[in-house]
Design a binder for this molecule. Sequence first.
Ligand SMILES: Nc1ncnc2c1ncn2[C@@H]1O[C@H](COP(=O)(O)OS(=O)(=O)O)[C@@H](OP(=O)(O)O)[C@H]1O
Ligand SMILES: [Mg+2]
Ligand SMILES: [Mg+2]
Ligand SMILES: [Mg+2]
Length: 323
Amino acid sequence: MVTDLERNAALHAVRSAATLCSAAQGRLVAGETLTKGDDSPVTVADFAAQAVVVEALTDRLGSIELVGEEDPADLASDDQASLRDGVTALVSTQLGHDVAAGQVLDWIGVGGSDGRSDRYWTLDPIDGTKGFLRGDQYAIALALIEDGEVVLGVLGCPNLPNPDGSTGAVFVASGGEAVAYPAGATDPVRVGVAEPATLAEARFCESVESGHSSHDDAAEIASRLGIVAEPYRIDSQCKYAAVARGDASIYLRLPTRPGYREKIWDHAAGKFVVEQAGGVVTDVDGASLDFRHGRRLEENRGIVATDGRFHDRVIEVVRDVLA
Ligand SMILES: Nc1ncnc2c1ncn2[C@@H]1O[C@H](COP(=O)(O)OS(=O)(=O)O)[C@@H](OP(=O)(O)O)[C@H]1O
Ligand SMILES: [Mg+2]
Ligand SMILES: [Mg+2]
Ligand SMILES: [Mg+2]
């Protein structure tokens, strides 16, 4: 069960992080980006966004359990002093008052939970960091998980173009529906998946980076399904938003190497937005995503999200191609 207090706190937290990230994107200077141990990039804005989400949630809800992507240990060494200062400055600007560096690191550190309890939050403060650095799409993804099931998903997509010409929307999924708050709108609009009459009319989306999802396998799957439209390549969990509101009807995330396990924060919020908008999300074998195994989806491989109608057929072809 999700309380109104939790839903409102999560929406406020994601909006605050989105404001911070929008202000920071395009203004990063040399030294404000770091390569993590797994060779992936992280910026001052990723750390700062995690801090402001924790501040917003704990201020309204008291202590929380959170599985967050970023780790304050990456900022701890003496070499990282200027990165720490950059993070602290972004957080202070967003909160409107000076905050001590130690406080900022403590907030980020709240995200260190192992994700093995009955009820926890998970956060990707910037999903699609490579897209963020390129000046493209990224998302702030926050979800609440209860007994291994997502019960609340909030997805901030600050650069997503809206049908009315505005830019940016926050998607909220809970209680049987998915809604979007387009930039500037106070009232939410209901979002629902597209229902193309035939698979041939479907459009699929995939990662921009071929290292995150195999473009070659996706092209083969699309060809076997008779899909003619070019793939919609868009960074981050904006792919889930695209399926949820009908910009595309399939999202394929196809393993690029055998041992990779998806991180829970890369999928929890987005997959719930698609489901509450009427779609279906599984792994490439058609199995439900299982959030009971800690920080990674240990029992799943890859992702397939669809509008629902053609899910079984898509899985059949995905399994054939990946076999
Ligand atoms: N090998 C591999 N396979 C699958 N996924 C991986 C892999 N390596 C990294 N990651 C995760 O990909 C996250 C970004 O995925 P995207 O779909 O947004 O990528 S892309 O920007 O569209 O190319 C990215 O999330 P962020 O770090 O939050 O950006 C990573 O967690
Ligand atoms: Mg990352
Ligand atoms: Mg991510
Ligand atoms: Mg991230």
